[in-house]
Design a binder for this molecule. Sequence first.
Ligand SMILES: Nc1ncnc2c1ncn2[C@@H]1O[C@H](COP(=O)(O)OP(=O)(O)OP(=O)(O)O)[C@@H](O)[C@H]1O
Ligand SMILES: [Mg+2]
Length: 246
Amino acid sequence: MKTLMVTSGKGGVGKSTIAVNVAVEMALSGYNVGLIDVDIHGPTDHIILGVEPEIMTDGTHFIPMEIGGLKFMTIASGVGEDKAVIWRGPLKAKLIDQFIKDTEWGDLDYMVMDFPPGSGDEPLEVLSVYNNKIDGAIVVTTPQKVALGDVEKVINFLKKMNVPIIGIWENMSYYVCKYCGKKHFLFGHGTDDLAQKTGVDITARIPLIEEIGQDTGISKLFLTRSEGELRIEFGKYVDEVMKKLG
Ligand SMILES: Nc1ncnc2c1ncn2[C@@H]1O[C@H](COP(=O)(O)OP(=O)(O)OP(=O)(O)O)[C@@H](O)[C@H]1O
Ligand SMILES: [Mg+2]
């Protein structure tokens, strides 16, 4: 099984949207895929998947939810969307540990993990559970200058922890005007500087998509549900990820 982290130094850049769509795309390609929402304080993957979160257990193990070939674990059902839960460090670590080790995942080809921003307890705990061996990370950013400093820090963290970086995925790269058909780079081109500075390639550019932004139904799975050019391009991005994971 190959393990993939989807991370960023910055919040709100599209980590969860990308992690879920990548996992769904892998499952649609016929692979056995697990998805863990490691964002314990602010889980959102269930919203993107359009499912009611539920943690099941057979008494000794957790049973992941199954959505069209994708196996999925989240703490969301135990939290409640409007409730804040105080997770002390050790409790959070134990939960992450259980999600990975005490869950009936079966035989997986890929484990995709969606992280909260930064290099805090969550990635450290996941690294420790996997004996510091993670097969790859996608680093998500948006092109604004304000995002890039924090993203650079997370890249340095991954390098230090010897996590192979598959590439920087630039989200909200541009917007294709529905009237004139032109690409507008609303947030500039800052990611190019980040790539140059860190020596990590930008391997995907995902535009701003009205449907994803608009919180309606399962539109957040737009990248894997739509038709047309972007759908094909997204498939290629994910193929490349699987190749790089080995
Ligand atoms: N390409 C896109 N086009 C339009 N809206 C997007 C795009 N990507 C993400 N969004 C929207 O931006 C918001 C943040 O996305 P998301 O929750 O995936 O980010 P995140 O990095 O996981 O955030 P957090 O740090 O809070 O976990 C969501 O409302 C999402 O629907
Ligand atoms: Mg998120």
